[in-house]
Structure formats: C-alpha cells, structure tokens
Design a protein around this ligand. Sequence first.
Ligand code: G3P
Length: 246
Amino acid sequence: MPVMGQQNEAVRSQAIPLCKGIERKEDNMRFFIDTANVDEIREANDMGIIAGVTTNPSLIAKEGRDYATVLKEITDIVDGPISGEVKATTVDAEGMIKEGREIAALHKNMVVKIPMTAEGLKAIKTLSSEGIHTNCTLVFTANQALLAARAGATYVSPFLGRLDDISTPGYELIEEIAQIFENYPDIDTQIIAASVRSPLHVTQCAMAGADIATVPYKVIMQMIHHPLTDEGIVKFQKDYRAVFGD
Ligand code: G3P
C-alpha cells in the first residue's frame, strides 16, 4: 500500500514556486465523486474526470443496499481512494478501530472515514500507525483539521456547504486549512473539500488550494453544461446541415 507521505514528498520536492514565493504542490485539484450510487460513479468514471469516491452513512442509507457490497462494487469501478465511513452509531475508539480494519480489508484502495471527535482522533492515530489510510470528516474549523493532521489523518474533509447554510463563508475554511498545511511541509495530509453544493463551490475550492473536491453527480453535470456551449453546438449543427446535410 503506497505510503501517502512518500507520494506527497515526491510531489512537494517538485513544487513550483509562485510569484509570491509561496510554493505549491505540482498536483492540480483532483475530483472525487460524492455518492454511493454505482451508476453515477460509473458514468463519472467513464468521463475520466474522477480520481476517487467518498461516501458517508447518509449516502449509503440512501441506496438501501448492503454496505460492504456497495463498497466492493465501487472498488471494482474506480481505481483510486474510496472512502467508507465507520457506522454512525459507533462512537468509541475501540469500535471505530475494529470497523476501520474491516473496511480497510475490503480492498487496498479503501480509506476509512472517521468523524472529528476525541475518540475519532484516537482511532485515526491507531489506524494510521498500521498503514491504513484515514479521512477525518465533519471538519468545520482549521483547528479540527490541524488536530486530525497531527493524529496522522491521510485526508481531512471540511464541509463548506454546511457552513454556507449558516451564513458562514465555507471557502474561507478551505483557504485557512490550505495556508496552515502549506506553512508546515511535514504535514502531508490532503484536503478534500466536501459538502460541495454548486459549480461555484468547486471554483472556490480550486482557488482556495484544496487538494481534492468531492462533488455530487448533479454538480458534476452542472459544471459540464453552459448555455453558450449548448447554443454553439446547435448553430454548428444548423450551419453544417445547411451545406452537407446530416
Ligand atoms: O462527504 C460529505 C458530504 O456528502 C456532505 O454533503 O451536502 O450533506 O453537506 P452535504
């Protein structure tokens, strides 16, 4: 199982200095799809635009299918990090560790999603020390993200949409975390911008320096379409047909 730190070290060593002298990793922002619906995942994967998948208890419940079966199916579709969360009803470190090991055993690409709690940090510490990739979720402050990084989390998932819902600019949280992580090269935890609700959110995440945006299928489709693109296609077709027919 590749060690995330080594991968990031390689990337960071080729960092491209910006005009302000702030180095950034060579990676541009990657997309994960935020769903447990295998049809949506297959469609997005066929477009070649996703590098991974995130799920959560609500998304799994929405599909109403066996948890392990769904995760296994997803690992057969996408060859990238697949986040599966511990049961929402498991709140102690021991239980999260036990479930985390079971999730990790499903496939080499599995990432164990764990909520930002004291017990969750204990579980992240233990699972990370065993080489299991973890994704600390339900993050709403830069301090929570920093604690998760220090516990050894492979990823942190700040929820920008739910902050917007309470009139707090979610993208500013992404900016804060990105700046803090940039300040300390020993932090190789990656930022997955989550709770993405619109194409504008995606742009904001890229501008703010997120490593990854995990995007619902609906938002992916909204990102693709533009009325002027659609209008242009119609005009090209009309002009072509006028001369060459179908
Ligand atoms: O991955 C977390 C994401 O699914 C939460 O999104 O829209 O329920 O805040 P939302």
